[in-house]
Design a protein around this ligand. Structure first.
Ligand code: PSV
Ligand code: MN
Length: 431
């Protein structure tokens, strides 16, 4: 099997047809940036090195509590999910890694899975454990929690699953475990806050103890859902406390949708960086809660401000700073491949714009309390059109100058629909 899912000639012909305009736009932007002492080539090289992981579950059509409307040619297993991920990377050239979720992506033969991902030119990002759902035949239910359950037998089962995830991850060459639990309560008084957190720490310590030396454990907090009154790891405060208690290999992961509307997430990022506890991100956008909308579709300025903190830390050579980037969204009404390509590029765009912030000027305005010019310095970078840099980064790596146009022209979705049977009926639930 050829590891190019999209005919490379189609991409090359498309690029050929757009190249003259891209070169003109790139030259123009290069001239503009030179006026500010910025070398466009340095920025383009950084854009080329940018990488964001795709979640395996993101290539399936998502849904809400009310309904799910299945898409055409949806992947039925992790092998087909990898095929879709390979398309996303072939066109965008910034998504060479995939984050699996177990047991959703469990296979009999992990050597075969690893060989297939290698063949697709993909590697494995963080392993996600799942103790928020019951699986067929499972002895104990997670209805009232997993790692924090009052019954030790349930906690043991949830711990064992996480240990299994680490072993599978080692076979795939991953070096991270992400733990998100839905544990919490729906009624005031239902759960003793302190005892539940103690049980959580106890369970997590047992998982942490088995973590290979070169692994990290990422803790993901979430304000609400499925627990609607209290969630054990509900905010970055509980998250960093747990990470500090566990040790250096435990870090906090920030999913953008897991905060109340209007929370200053960029400041949370700064705090986590300062205390060497920023592990990584799940990027998405939201208006009301954990909407899982496409990255940058609503709050591109917030996403830019987050990258402003990240680039600032990078520029200061902040110690122990190496966050991982991943998308975590639900595509309910779009083709997931299109949404993921678009979103990856939107996150890359925020990174590139943050690289263009005049940091010396910003620091000066901060020190002299010039609020307006400090703000305008950020805005100047945000308002730049960096499309030519992003397109050139793709072009130079054999990706598509306009990935969505090539994807639609390729007819990939129609082709896979022929071999992947239509899923009929409407079910509800997350992907
Ligand atoms: C929870 O809402 C979450 O953000 C976690 O990352 C889960 O692993 C993922 O979504 C599952 O869909
Ligand atoms: Mn998430």
């Amino acid at each position: 099997m050829n590891n190019s899912r999209i005919n490379q000639t189609l991409i090359d012909e498309h690029n050929e047809s757009c190249l003259a305009h891209l070169r003109e736009d790139y030259e123009h932007l290069a001239t503009q940036l030179t006026r500010c002492d910025v070398d466009i080539e340095t920025i383009t090289e950084k854009a080329q090195a940018f990488e964001i992981a795709v979640p395996s579950w993101g290539v399936g059509t998502g849904g809400t509590r009310f309904a799910r409307f299945p898409g055409e040619g949806e992947p039925r297993n992790i092998f087909e999910k990898l095929e879709d991920c390979a398309v996303i990377n072939q066109l965008s050239r910034c998504t060479a890694s995939v984050s699996p979720h177990f047991p959703w992506d469990t296979v009999d033969d992990f050597t075969e899975l690893k060989a297939f991902s290698d063949h697709c030119g993909l590697h494995w990002d963080s392993i996600n454990s799942n103790t928020f759902q019951d699986q067929p035949g499972q002895p104990h239910s997670y209805k009232f929690g997993s790692l924090t359950h009052t019954d030790a037998a349930v906690r043991d089962q949830a711990i064992a699953h996480n240990l299994q995830c680490i072993q599978w991850g080692q076979q795939l060459g991953s070096r991270r475990l992400t733990v998100w639990v839905g544990d919490g309560s729906n009624h005031p008084g239902q759960q003793h806050f302190q005892r539940a957190f103690e049980r959580y720490l106890d369970s997590m310590k047992r998982i942490y103890a088995t973590l290979p030396d070169d692994w990290e454990m990422h803790i993901e907090h979430k304000m609400f859902e499925p627990a609607f009154y209290s969630t054990v790891i509900q905010d970055w405060g509980s998250n960093i406390l747990a990470a500090l208690e566990l040790g250096d290999k435990a870090k906090s992961l920030v999913d953008l949708g897991h905060h109340a509307p209007n929370v200053n997430i960029e400041m949370i990022i700064s705090r986590l960086i300062q205390f060497k506890k920023l592990g990584g991100f799940h990027f998405n956008d939201s208006k009301y809660g954990d909407d899982d909308l496409d990255s940058g579709s609503l709050h591109p300025y917030q996403q830019f401000l987050i990258f402003n903190e990240l680039v600032d830390a990078e520029a200061r050579n902040q110690e122990d700073f190496n966050p991982s980037y991943m998308l975590d969204q639900s595509h309910n009404v779009t083709d997931p491949i299109e949404s993921l390509i678009n979103s990856a590029i939107e996150v890359q765009r925020s990174y590139v714009k943050a690289l263009l912030v005049d940091r010396a000027a910003l620091n000066g305005y901060q020190d002299s309390n010039d609020a307006l010019l400090a703000s305008n310095t950020l805005k100047a970078a945000f308002n730049l059109d960096v499309n030519p840099i992003l397109a050139m980064a793709r072009y130079r790596q054999s990706g598509a100058i306009d990935p969505l146009q090539v994807y639609r022209q390729s007819g990939y979705r129609q082709q896979v629909s022929k071999v992947r049977p239509e899923i009929t009926g409407s079910s509800s639930g997350i992907v």
